[in-house]
Design a protein around this ligand. Structure first.
Ligand SMILES: Cc1ncc(COP(=O)(O)O)c(C=O)c1O
Length: 356
């Protein structure tokens, strides 16, 4: 067991928060986990009061983009036990992102210890309303003070946490992106790295100006195959099957996506992970074979899609057909608060209940 030092806050902000009305992404809990990579090893593990960071103007992450992150959730059982959703998958993906971005992997055992301890300490920050959660943001960035394109030799790893209410409660309408691309096979699309999100901002802004919530990314070679949207993977429910684009190097391997595939297969649905051409979706829509479409991701869990607009078609999806997606959403949200049985072993109860 690695030593994680704990420095409690002297002024908790908990009483300042209105848990019935939490703005997403703006409210931070009392503590954060911090670690430093130096001389080839991770050290200085600590949980300390949430605070601002100082940085050198040449800090490499700012210039050359070695910066990766994760997004995961902690919820609370009726008996008050904090619950984590598939934390082992998140550290696995973080370390895959690290490898791709030429960054050091973070020790899994320390990650789990840190998450349990941090969530245990700030357990009163976990909102209890169904669909709400404590959002955990682990992230790592390069800290060498150096101007020059090379991999940094020092890094910082932090976990900050934020109470969040239900996200994307509204259905989303999508525009098929025909000019810009998000990711190309062989690139960094499968890594959860900051630049991927920066690259998405201009197309998203242009789509918003036209009245769309998000763009639907297409493959970068032919603009033929569907990839994903913003921070979600995609599922298309046909009358006889459910299809989700195969990740194949350019799409983020979503953990919600993985969980939904497991759930659907266990229920006997025919689930296909394969390249999905937009033309196939259009044809099925015209034939009345396409029932619903939805996005999946940690933040939203499931977001219904009300419309997909392409140059030659405007596909509208009727709310009365959003049956499968609603059931999946309520199952995953239910598992997260022990309202549903955790049939797949997704939930990890927090072991450490630190009082301070
Ligand atoms: C680009 C992208 N795709 C898909 C997802 C969904 O992944 P997950 O279900 O692990 O949250 C996310 C969110 O992490 C994302 O940022």
């Amino acid at each position: 067991m690695s030593q994680i030092n704990f420095y409690p806050t002297e002024s908790s902000q908990l009483n300042e928060v209105d848990f019935n009305n939490i703005p997403f992404g703006k409210v931070f809990s009392d503590h954060m986990f911090s670690a430093v990579y130096e001389d080839g090893e991770w050290k200085d593990f600590q949980i300390c009061p949430f605070k601002e960071l100082t940085m050198h103007p040449s800090m490499m992450a700012l210039h050359y983009g070695q910066s990766i992150f994760e997004g995961m959730k902690a919820t609370v059982a009726p008996d008050g036990t904090p619950l984590l959703f598939r934390p082992e998958k998140h550290i696995e993906r973080l370390n895959k992102s690290a490898e791709r971005m030429c960054m050091p992997v973070f020790p899994e055992e320390v990650f789990h210890q840190a998450v349990h301890k941090l969530v245990g300490i700030d357990r009163n920050w976990i909102p209890s309303r169904e669909g709400s959660a404590l959002y955990l943001r682990p992230f790592m960035y390069a800290t060498d003070k150096y101007i020059g394109v090379t991999a940094s030799s020092t890094y910082r790893f932090l976990i900050i946490t934020l109470p969040v209410g239900p996200y994307y409660s509204k259905p989303v309408n999508l525009k098929v992106e025909r000019k810009y691309v998000r990711a190309v096979k062989g690139g960094v699309g499968e890594a959860k790295t900051s630049g991927n999100y920066a690259a998405s901002l201009l197309p998203a802004k242009l789509a918003k100006a036209e009245g769309y919530d998000q763009v639907m990314w297409m493959d970068a070679h032919e603009f033929k195959y569907i990839q994903e949207v913003g921070t979600m993977n995609l599922f298309f429910v046909f009358k006889d099957k459910i299809v989700t684009p195969a990740t194949e190097g350019a799409i983020l391997k979503g953990i919600t996506r993985l969980s939904i595939i497991e759930l659907l297969k266990s229920e006997g649905h025919k689930v296909e992970e394969r390249p999905l051409a937009i033309d196939e979706v259009k044809e099925a829509y015209k034939q009345g074979e396409l029932v619903e479409a939805f996005g999946s991701g940690t933040a939203a869990v499931v977001a219904n899609i009300s419309q997909i607009k392409d140059v030659d078609i405007d596909m509208k999806f009727n709310e009365s057909n959003w049956k499968l997606s609603s059931r999946i959403k309520s199952f995953i949200n239910g598992v997260r608060i022990r309202k549903e049985k955790d049939r797949f072993g997704w939930i990890v109860p927090v072991k450490e209940q630190v009082s301070h």
